[in-house]
Design a protein around this ligand. Structure first.
Ligand code: ACO
Length: 278
């Protein structure tokens, strides 16, 4: 059953371990208003530690994933309220993107349509991303006279090559989902009518993995990129030891099912995490 946030601008369903969360302002192409930013934080908060949620998917109602920040409500109206209002609006948007970047559960952006500017924040915040072939991605900031802020520049440089990021940001031209996959903005692109099936398959694979290991792994991938090799080596030892304190048995069970029971091969799939030592 579909539920909605306090102001109705975020919708979600939880089904088979997957939380399908949607930007829900299709008539405004899911532009992120302060209200939407607050509602999204509320929904992320409500879902994060639910036992029936193992993976969160973020998509958009209608033709857009998100047309970026709401130029009227996020920029013009908050600027009219002065610096305090601007800073509050920034905290609220950056706040839920940050929450999503370090979310307890694996997250997938399912980019069904338009994805502009500020939309790159939640795009990067999601651990994996799958787009419709015909989805359109753009750093349109330059087209209305600003630089790609709110992390969008950082996202472009993190995910794309220097040349592609520079061209994308300076030219204000859109790329489609297939090109976004070539550039590394998303993992894969698929025809829109097959997108949800592919995302469901990926989510179902994740649901079978050890959830403590998933959280440790997704954080590690984000953290190590700016570390030296030695720092990363040390961090990863400590991250695994910290993970062990949340889940003492998982890895021993994984070894047991392979070495003693011979019921699976780690090189070919995951151990059965729902079974523990008989
Ligand atoms: N901010 C505020 N309102 C928006 C936004 C936005 N980012 N995007 C769309 N809307 C509104 C439109 O003003 C319009 O409102 P109205 O019905 O009250 O007139 C409604 O959504 C529908 O938009 P259309 O432009 O009619 O939709 P269309 O499907 O023809 O075009 C498109 C879609 C290409 C996404 C277009 O709306 C657009 O260019 N939006 C702005 C994209 C953008 O540059 N976003 C900002 C990026 S920069 C940043 O995020 C910091």
């Amino acid at each position: 059953m579909t539920e909605t946030s306090s102001n109705g601008v975020v919708a979600y369903d939880v089904e088979g371990g997957i939380a399908w969360v949607r930007f829900n302002r299709p008539e405004k192409r899911n532009a992120m208003s302060p209200t939407l930013n607050r509602d999204m934080m509320e929904v992320l908060h409500a879902l994060e530690f639910r036992d029936d949620v193992g993976v969160l998917v973020l998509s958009g109602e209608g033709t857009a994933w998100s047309a970026g920040m709401d130029l009227k409500e996020y920029f013009r109206e908050t600027e009219a309220g002065g610096l305090g209002a601007v800073r509050q609006a920034q905290r609220e948007s950056y706040g839920w993107w940050r929450r999503l970047r370090w979310y307890q559960k694996p997250t997938i952006a399912m980019v069904n349509g338009w994805c502009f500017g500020g939309g790159y924040g939640p795009l990067f915040a999601c651990d994996l991303a799958f787009a419709a072939d015909d989805a359109q991605f753009g750093l349109s900031e330059i087209n209305w006279g600003i630089l790609p802020g709110g992390g969008a520049t950082k996202v472009a440089v993190e995910l794309a090559s220097f040349r592609n990021a520079m061209y994308h940001a300076l030219m204000g031209e859109n790329i489609d989902g297939r090109t976004a996959a070539e550039w590394g903005l998303v993992n894969e692109a698929h025809p829109l009518d097959r997108l949800k099936a592919r995302v469901t398959d990926v989510a179902n694979v994740l649901l079978k993995k050890n959830p403590v290991a998933l959280k440790a792994t997704k954080d590690a991938i984000r953290r190590v990129s700016i570390m030296s090799y030695d720092d990363a080596e040390d961090y990863l030892v400590r991250a695994q030891e910290a993970a062990n304190s949340f889940d003492k048995e998982g890895r021993q069970e994984g070894i047991r099912q392979f070495i003693d029971e011979k019921s699976y091969k780690p090189g070919l799939g995951a151990y059965d995490k729902d079974r523990t030592r008989a």
